[in-house]
Design a protein around this ligand. Structure first.
Ligand code: GLN
Length: 244
């Protein structure tokens, strides 16, 4: 039986807005298809071997929680994460988890946290927070679609040459409420500000992550269709509420 191994990075520290629900969504959509799913945690101090993981998840957190991680990131986990990204492993990074993959985060009180530097981007914290339901358009598996989610961040993220936006804001703030970009894509990293958790209301996003990971591991990304009546009803309700 095919199996995918998910590494949940810092679940004890980065888990705002039930972001761990994204791991559950991936697990369920694998199991409903008869594909095995193993989950390993990589918390502060854990010596988890990241090399045989197929999908990585890193969730949201407050500024001080991000600062708590700095020592552990510098202890070698940051380099292991960078290696996993460069080798094409699938990453879903939400909000703080997204910011941490970048070069640095400057809090609104002026502290500069040097982060992993795996993605060419940086974030600058503001006094005013960007909060609310939002929707953005993006391309997944060659198909234009929308992602609905909930954002709550003070950080404004600016993308460098080495990354491209994940999507274009249709309603809400996105990366920085200035350039209409939202999130970032680099190799098989999918980074976004979307809490919610984002995956249950966007089933094809979940399936895109699964397809890429299956292709990486088995050379074949074929997956069976699932009955997404409820997921798509929730998705459609939010799209219609926000932009129709
Ligand atoms: N602390 C970061 C910010 O405020 C990330 C917040 C989050 O993960 N929701 O921008």
């Amino acid at each position: 039986m095919k199996t995918l191994k998910i590494c949940h990075l810092y679940p004890d520290v980065l888990n705002l807005y039930g972001d761990r629900g994204n791991v559950t969504a991936i697990k369920k959509r694998l199991e409903w298809r008869g594909i095995g799913c193993e989950i390993v945690n990589a918390n502060i101090g854990d010596k988890t071997d990241l090399r045989d993981c197929d999908i990585f998840f890193i969730g949201g957190g407050q500024d001080f929680e991000q600062e708590v991680l700095l020592k552990d990131i510098a202890s070698g986990k940051g380099d292991a994460i960078k290696d996993a990204i460069e080798s094409g492993k699938v990453f879903l990074a939400i909000c703080a988890g997204y910011q941490i993959l970048g070069k640095y985060y400057k809090t609104h009180t002026g502290e500069v946290c040097d982060f992993i530097g795996a993605l060419d981007l940086y974030t600058v914290g503001q006094k005013k927070r960007m909060i609310g339901n939002y929707v953005y358009e993006c391309e997944l598996g060659g198909r234009k679609t929308e992602i609905v989610g909930f954002e709550n961040h003070s950080g404004k993220t600016y993308l460098g040459e080495g990354v491209r936006p994940f999507g274009k804001i249709l309603y809400g703030n996105g990366n920085n409420s200035e350039d209409k970009t939202e999130g970032a894509r680099y190799k098989n990293v999918y980074a976004t500000y979307a809490h919610g958790p984002v995956l249950p209301k966007n089933p094809y996003f979940t399936d895109e992550l699964i397809r890429v990971a299956l292709k990486n591991k088995y050379g074949d990304d074929a997956i069976s269709e699932l009955d997404d009546t409820f997921e798509l009803a929730a998705h459609k309700y939010m799209v219609n509420r926000l932009i129709k």
